[in-house]
Design a protein around this ligand. Structure first.
Ligand code: C5P
Length: 231
């Protein structure tokens, strides 16, 4: 177990570079995130390998389906021994409650944290409007986060820019996981609403998801250490 607040996004197309990076890192200093691309290519075996290397793993598969299917998927994910997994809050309260029941059924000694995606940071007000959602984006995020909390989940994925609002409305214990993090000297890449690591924590984020500033660095360990130094 580690109390590291940094979750490194292993956005790779295959297991080999993901394992190469993991072997350079210290599981006491960071956690790892496996998303749809890597999981689809490398499967549960890779997740087990990362756990066996001592890492806490966030399995970022963002399930969104009928309650029964999501419950079974969450049970299977939790059975791998991951530290955290997620669903889409837009799936509704019945789906989220079913997800929680699925996680409990996995019967792990350490129950994984189950969080929900509110509104993807790639979506803007126009996208929401095109889906028939006319309230302001931050109101929609807050409503979905409230639904998530009421369903009994542990927290949400959100932009650091929404963290302060969510913390004030939902309390300090509701877990906020924020991507879109960039240290001062890092490239912005395709992220638009970026926040530095220390600012994200100040705004109330509990965990920071960081990908390219670490994975694409000439020396990922040095890049991670610089971020740990900053926070
Ligand atoms: O490389 P970078 O730091 O931009 O990676 C961010 C990670 O967080 C990626 O794995 C991306 O899929 C994920 N993510 C995100 N925005 C969200 C949810 C997840 O950037 N709203």
């Amino acid at each position: 177990m580690t109390d590291s607040k940094i979750i490194i996004a292993l956005d790779y197309a295959q297991a080999t570079p993901a394992l190469l990076l993991a072997r350079q890192l210290d599981p006491k200093r960071c956690k790892l995130k496996v998303g749809k691309e890597l999981f689809t290519a490398a499967g549960p075996h890779l997740v087990e390998q990362l756990i066996n290397l001592g890492f806490e793993v966030f399995l970022d598969l963002k399930f969104h389906d009928i309650p029964n299917t999501v419950a079974k998927a969450c049970q299977a994910a939790a059975s791998l021994g991951v530290w955290m997994l997620n669903v889409h809050a837009s799936g509704g309260d019945r789906m989220m409650q079913a997800a929680l029941e699925g996680v409990d059924k996995a019967n792990q000694t350490q129950t994984p944290l189950l969080i929900a995606v509110t509104v993807l940071t790639s979506m803007d007000a126009m996208t929401l409007q095109s889906l028939g959602i006319t309230r302001p984006l931050s109101e929609h995020v807050l409503a979905l986060a409230r639904l998530t909390q009421a369903a009994g989940l542990h927290g949400v994925v959100c932009s650091a820019q929404e963290a302060a609002l969510l913390k004030s409305q939902l309390g300090p214990d509701f877990c906020l996981v924020t991507p879109g993090i960039r240290p001062h000297n890092a490239q912005q890449d395709d992220q638009s609403r970026i926040v530095t690591p220390s600012e994200a924590l100040r705004l109330g984020a509990h965990y920071l998801v960081i990908g390219r500033p670490i994975t694409q660095a000439a020396d990922p360990t040095t890049a991670l250490n610089a971020i740990l130094q900053e926070i």
